[in-house]
Design a protein around this ligand. Structure first.
Ligand code: ACM
Length: 680
């Protein structure tokens, strides 16, 4: 009895006062250095924020948003109202000390320190951007303990691994309204990302209002951004420490431009907006002086809208077929001693480089722009890898070895619908790389790419979040802190709910689609199936790029599914535990899952008869029930004939290749392991 009392007392002490030590952090991205003290600072109604030193308007507003987020999380009615210059000047419980205004430039100081003691919070930062990040960290630290909302006693020193931490938003394939972009900008800032790369022009649309050549009129189906809207986004992002990089993709990917200006095309024909996905022939004519006059006008007007030093000219996937079949162009190439399309593209890029220089801009482009003629001040955007027949990291190495600064997107293609871990495990530099430190330092960072062939505003957030938070960590946190995939997933689940509270629609819009496809029937059974399926990966959802047009429905079963199916992850864990130890709890966990699966199809059937949009997943739903039955039998029965196990494995192999609803039943991999565990 005495032992028990002492035990309880020790437990209480440990819980009440010493529970910070040795704990793992829930933060995402993880800070560079973190140390926990014992105990916590209790948040009360009179908690307030003050700013010392440089009080920028944007930081006051940012601080206000964070305070309001904390009151939304905790339900505390803080006395401090909307923050303004006057009420942030006192002596707050959280003091934010800032030296100067942050500049929206690559490599600006974004570091901060954050200290929480019993007395309160002290934030120190060189720039207001560093202070913003400290406030984001502070928000993530809000926790509850013994019935109170608290901040753990902690000391953090933080600064980014990479200066360039971005997401590319493709608004050409599917237009994304301003509100959707602003929401995503807020989400980016919350995970310390600082580049919004705006892919504004492609075969399927040109989205910028222009006066000189109104390409946007015919080239956008009426969906474009006015100049006022663009200025608004640039300001909105800048107030959150985010630079905006515009991209006009030329000379390939140029169909939308050529719908309005066929006179600068390489083939004498008329053009209409592309509705399919893929690589298309329409290409601007590099031999035509008018091409450069047009691009000079476009760039001049756009540089008035986009203050950033960098301007992205695309340059990817230009195959030049229309160049080689045009005698005027081939004779120009002969005259200039240009051997091939890549050489002609280099000629084009040099002309563009000069135009950009005239307007004070630095060129940035996809890796194909690299050539001996492009000055080393250009920034190379590496994107190709094993899917394009190259080695991972090959083009990034080539860029920095060639003397260019570069950023990496290969490995961060979120539209491939791969799980977060595949991005998290991407290496900027291979372990056996022979890059010098100087060359490594020329890697400025990376960008996730949200190509939107199969993404609409309804599914935008569920394709970006929460996976982009894991990528943000890859870009921000020290390399050695981004190796534990299990811990990343643990924190990603926490981040996912937090992102939702900041505004992300990635969870709720999944339910919107499920409600639509259930046609007023029970949504729960469909959700069970959605939770164990993932959209077909690496562009196989859309064979030939033609199954889906840009105007096709993206409100189907696959659009409700996400890249890291949650039910499948839970099943993976349950199987792992079961294989490591067949105890009562692990057996029960699996039995519960199998029971739900087995009974699920009869529930889905009711929706099937009410909702023909679901016909495509009937087989998949049957398969899941079958898996439930097989699993149950294996656990229940002691001895299963090997022949039956073989048959089950064959069946599961077939199920893994079943593509109904353009999705994959992803529990088949763990089911295979589970069944094989009975062969031992
Ligand atoms: C690209 O993915 N074509 C840059």
């Amino acid at each position: 009895m005495r032992k028990l009392v002492i035990g309880i007392l020790l437990f209480a002490v440990a819980f009440g006062y010493a529970q910070n030590k040795g704990r793992s952090s829930d933060l995402m991205p993880l800070p560079a250095a973190i140390s926990y003290g014992d105990g916590a600072y209790v948040l009360k109604k009179d908690f307030s924020i003050s700013i010392e030193g440089y009080k920028s308007d944007r930081l006051i507003k940012y601080s206000n948003r964070i305070l309001r987020r904390i009151d939304n999380k905790t339900g505390i009615f803080f006395d401090q109202g909307i923050l303004n210059k006057e009420n942030v000047s006192g002596n707050g419980d959280a003091v934010v000390k800032v030296k100067r205004k942050g500049k929206l430039e690559v490599g600006e100081d974004e570091s901060y320190s954050l200290s929480i003691t019993e007395k309160g919070v002290v934030i120190d930062a060189e720039t207001d951007f560093g202070a913003q990040y400290a406030l984001e960290t502070l928000y993530q630290l809000v926790d509850s303990r013994e019935g109170k909302y608290v901040l753990p006693l902690i000391s953090i020193n933080d600064s980014p691994r990479f200066a360039w931490r971005g997401i590319m938003f493709d608004v050409a394939r599917h237009f994304m309204p301003i509100g959707d972009l602003k929401r995503n900008i807020d989400l980016m800032a919350s995970v310390k990302m600082n580049v919004f790369h705006w892919h504004l022009s492609d075969d399927q649309g040109f989205r910028v209002e222009l006066d000189s050549h109104p390409i946007h009129k015919k080239g956008s189906d009426g969906n474009y951004y006015t100049k006022a809207q663009i200025r608004d986004i640039v300001k909105y992002a800048g107030d959150r420490g985010i630079r905006v990089i515009p991209e006009i993709d030329v000379p390939g990917h140029g169909t939308a431009i050529l719908t309005v200006l066929p006179q600068i095309a390489s083939k004498d024909t008329s053009y209409t907006l592309e509705r399919n996905a893929g690589i298309f022939k329409p290409v601007l004519d590099p031999t035509n002086p008018l091409t450069y006059e047009v691009l000079d006008d476009v760039i001049r007007e756009m540089t008035e809208l986009f203050p950033d030093k960098y301007f992205h000219i695309g340059g990817d996937e230009t195959e030049g077929e229309d160049w080689l079949s045009n005698p005027k162009i081939t004779s120009f190439m002969k005259e200039k001693n240009i051997d091939n399309p890549h050489g002609l593209q280099a000629y084009f890029n040099v002309k563009l480089y000069d135009i950009l220089k005239k307007y004070g801009k630095e060129m940035m482009g996809w890796e194909e722009i690299q050539s001996e003629y492009i000055p080393k001040s250009a920034l190379i955007h590496s994107w190709r890898g094993v899917n394009e027949g190259m080695k991972a990291g090959e083009s990034l190495e080539k860029a920095v070895k060639g003397g260019y600064r570069a950023i990496l997107s290969n490995g961060f293609y979120i539209d491939l619908m791969l799980p977060a871990k595949s991005h998290y495990n991407t290496k900027f530099v291979a372990d056996d790389s022979d890059l010098t430190d100087e060359q490594k330092n020329m890697i400025l960072g990376g960008e996730a790419t949200m190509w939107s062939e199969l993404i609409t505003p309804l599914t935008l957030d569920s394709r970006v979040w929460p996976r982009a938070a894991a990528i943000a960590e890859k870009f921000w946190s020290p390399k050695e802190k981004t190796k534990d995939t299990d811990d990343m997933y643990r924190r990603l689940d926490i981040a996912s709910n937090r992102l939702e509270m900041i505004g992300s629609q990635h969870i709720r819009n999944q339910d919107v689609i499920i409600r639509n496809i259930s046609n007023n029937t029970n949504t729960e059974a469909i959700k069970v199936l959605v939770d164990v399926c993932e959209p077909l990966k690496i562009y196989t959802r859309n064979p030939g790029g033609t199954m889906y047009k840009s105007y096709s429905p993206f409100t189907k079963f696959a659009d409700a599914c996400v890249a890291d199916a949650k039910g499948a992850r839970e099943f993976d864990e349950a199987v792992k535990s079961f294989i490591s130890e067949k105890n009562e709890e692990n057996i029960r966990k699996l039995k519960d899952i199998f029971a739900i699966w087995e009974s699920n199809h009869s529930k889905v059937e009711k929706s099937l008869s009410a909702s023909p949009i679901l016909n495509e997943i009937e087989q998949k739903s049957r398969n899941l029930s079958k898996l439930g039955r097989i699993g149950f039998r294996l656990i229940e029965e002691d001895k299963i004939p090997v022949k039956d196990i073989d048959n089950a494995l064959k069946l599961i192999d077939e199920m893994s290749r079943e593509e109904g609803g353009r999705t994959e039943l992803v529990v088949t991999k763990s089911m295979n392991l589970f069944i094989k565990s009975f062969l031992r």
